[in-house]
Design a protein around this ligand. Structure first.
Ligand SMILES: Nc1ncnc2c1ncn2[C@@H]1O[C@H](COP(=O)(O)OP(=O)(O)O)[C@@H](O)[C@H]1O
Ligand SMILES: [Mg+2]
Length: 211
């Protein structure tokens, strides 16, 4: 199952979710390829840090840009159980290439910075990609959400109105565990003390995203 992550916005949690999903799936025995398709290279930095702190990342990490995302992922599909592609927050060749080969697209959205315009752009790209890749699933979910309060419900409602993109019920709440773990090249599931809620939320997201 191949997943691409995007949002057409920076700082919404694409890389955070991509690396946590990579570690989670690897820990479940899957052979995982993490593709850093963002020229900013945050996922690659995470993998480097991880290799330094833990010996080896537990998954294979590569950095690919532009059309190479499509050609390489196509070639490597048979070799890996899961391919997770972290694409940047802009409309790039890498993003378009990823959309032509991925089974699914995951779009994190932050409720506070909710930007329907950006999501409409994603929806337009998804519609275009489906002409080549008709089976492409597109899912949006709230990330860095408040633990409670009315903002989540409002944002969920707006998510549900975006055409061609499935609004997921699973929500990742804003939790310190994410930046704390990333600073060590770790996933939230590898942190002590454990943050059971972060682990549970991420597991729920993975179950839906990889179903
Ligand atoms: N659920 C979350 N809770 C707390 N912090 C988060 C969460 N998701 C992302 N962050 C933080 O937000 C910042 C941007 O996340 P990042 O994954 O790099 O975004 P993107 O890849 O979309 O630019 C990072 O500092 C990250 O640790
Ligand atoms: Mg990123």
């Amino acid at each position: 199952m191949d997943q691409a992550l995007t949002g057409l916005k920076g700082g919404v949690g694409k890389t955070t979710v991509a690396v946590n999903l990579a570690v989670l799936r690897a820990s479940q025995g899957r052979d995982v390829l993490l593709v850093d398709g963002d020229e900013q290279g945050t996922a690659s930095l995470f993998s480097q840090l991880r290799a330094e702190n833990m010996g080896e990342p537990g998954y294979t990490a590569v950095s690919l840009q532009g059309a190479a995302v499509r050609t390489q992922v196509r070639q490597l599909k048979a070799k890996y159980g899961d391919i997770i592609i972290d694409v940047g927050g802009r409309d790039t060749g890498s993003l378009r290439a990823a959309l032509t080969v991925a089974d699914a697209l995951l779009v994190p959205v932050q409720p506070r910075s909710f930007d329907v315009w950006a999501l409409d752009q994603v929806a337009a790209l998804v519609a275009e990609a489906r002409e080549i890749n008709p089976e492409l699933r597109a899912m949006a979910f709230l990330n860095a959400a408040d633990a409670q309060g009315p903002d989540n419900a409002d944002a969920q409602k707006a998510l549900a109105e975006v055409p061609g993109i499935e609004a997921l019920a699973s929500v990742l709440v804003r939790r310190k565990a994410y930046p704390n773990a990333a600073a060590q090249g770790r996933a939230v599931s590898e942190m002590k003390p454990r943050d059971p809620k972060a682990i549970e939320e991420l597991g729920a997201l993975a179950d839906i995203a990889f179903r």
